[in-house]
Design a protein around this ligand. Structure first.
Ligand SMILES: NC(=O)c1ccc[n+]([C@@H]2O[C@H](COP(=O)([O-])OP(=O)(O)OC[C@H]3O[C@@H](n4cnc5c(N)ncnc54)[C@H](O)[C@@H]3O)[C@@H](O)[C@H]2O)c1
Length: 354
């Protein structure tokens, strides 16, 4: 893609994930990583050693003041994202790529939506599945009627964390289904059940704050999804979509699909007794390097240049914070159904999400 200029990119954070986000920029033409900021001296030293041509700053404010940036990549944990977005928009910077989770409450997400709108800043939410060819293939399959009218499905994922992991999968589901949740029924389960799974210092701690969950999501288009990310799910992340013609299941590691479909749609319960033939489902493949993050970066540049809407918007990011909050609210209320959109009074419901 030709660009009108070489975009100057700054990176906030140089922890494990931010470092990867910086590496991903190195493979995108039309943009140059020119600045990194981290609060920790040891990570600033690391950045300077690994990226000798890049200017290193003690805070995002210092970087924004001095580095003459066009794009900011936010690679910190979600707690900091609203403040960094606010300061970036206030500087008139044209584009933001923001790592997940977007925020740790809906009020911060609302602030980010409003700041970007008022400042005219293009914001790409870093849910990289939207840029993965296999996820796009699934979205297209449902759009093209390859399973008929999508009706119901199931998703499970290991390592719990309805917030930290859920942010990726709730967003992927919104994208694939091309719809939004209108009701959530859920129960959350904190910590690890050591009678069923081995102890793990990181997961044990993280699942206390950000639990596993089970439940159901109903989407605006009528699709119903059963969900399980309780702490003893021990298989690769898996999606199953069923419709009036067939079904597709796919894992989120190899993306090898199991696709079964009739020759035609049916409305008859009696057809349910007949076997559904297995068919080829081409066009999926595993994760490749930073291909998806780079797709998101190119989308950000494209949208800055053209005024188009990104594939992964700030509103898309807000939507999954709402779904995660709804799981907690439903669980707090004893698995009571919770309707979305959520009312304003829960905007400050606190999520502990890494
Ligand atoms: N999308 C993915 O596949 C993926 C994979 C791994 C991690 N993540 C997410 O990435 C996020 C970061 O993860 P991590 O493990 O790198 O976290 P981390 O805590 O190790 O690193 C965050 C860094 O940001 C710095 N920071 C915070 N506020 C700052 C500010 N105002 N100015 C400058 N620096 C600031 C901190 O000093 C810290 O070094 C997490 O939210 C995590 O969930 C996403």
């Amino acid at each position: 893609m030709g660009t009108s200029r070489e975009y100057r990119v700054g990176l906030v954070g140089y922890g494990g994930r931010a470092r990867q986000l910086g590496q991903a920029w190195l493979g995108v033409s039309g943009a140059k990583l020119v600045a990194v900021a981290d609060l920790k001296p040891d990570l600033r030293d690391k950045a300077q050693t690994e990226l000798p041509d890049v200017a290193v700053y003690e805070s995002h404010q210092a970087m924004l003041d001095q580095a003459d940036l066009d794009i900011v990549t936010i690679g910190t944990t979600g707690y900091f994202h609203a403040a960094i977005t606010h300061d970036t928009v206030a500087k008139g910077i044209r584009g933001i790529y923001c790592e997940k989770p977007m925020t740790c409450n809906l009020a911060d997400a609302d602030q980010m939506v409003n700041d970007c709108k008022e400042g005219g800043t293009v914001f790409v939410m870093g849910h990289q599945r939207r840029y993965h060819p296999s996820i796009i293939r699934l979205r297209d399959a449902l759009r093209n009627g390859e399973i008929g009218r999508p009706a119901h499905g199931y998703m499970y994922w290991a390592s719990g964390r309805v917030g930290s992991n859920g942010t990726h999968f709730f967003d992927a589901l919104n994208f694939i289904l091309d719809s939004q949740p209108v009701e959530v029924v859920g129960r959350v389960g904190r910590g690890l059940d050591l009678t069923k799974v081995e102890d793990h210092p990181v997961y044990n701690t993280r699942l206390v704050d950000d639990p596993g969950a089970m439940g159901f999501i109903t989407y605006a288009n009528g699709f119903r999804l059963a969900l399980d990310c309780m702490n003893d799910v021990l298989l690769p992340y898996t999606y199953l979509f069923c419709g009036t013609k067939g079904r597709i299941s796919v894992d989120d590691v190899t993306f090898e699909a199991d696709y079964r479909a009739r020759d035609a749609d049916t409305r008859s319960h009696r057809d349910a007794w007949k076997p559904v033939p297995r068919r080829e489902f081409g066009g999926t493949g595993p994760w490749v390097g930073y291909e998806s993050e780079q797709g998101a970066y190119r989308d950000l540049i494209h949208c800055i240049e053209t005024g188009d809407k990104p594939v992964s918007t700030v509103e898309d990011g807000r939507s999954v914070i709402e779904t995660i909050t709804a799981f907690h609210l439903s669980s707090d209320a004893g698995m009571k159904p919770v309707s979305l959109p959520l009312p304003p009074e829960v905007r400050n419901y606190p999520l502990k999400v890494h």
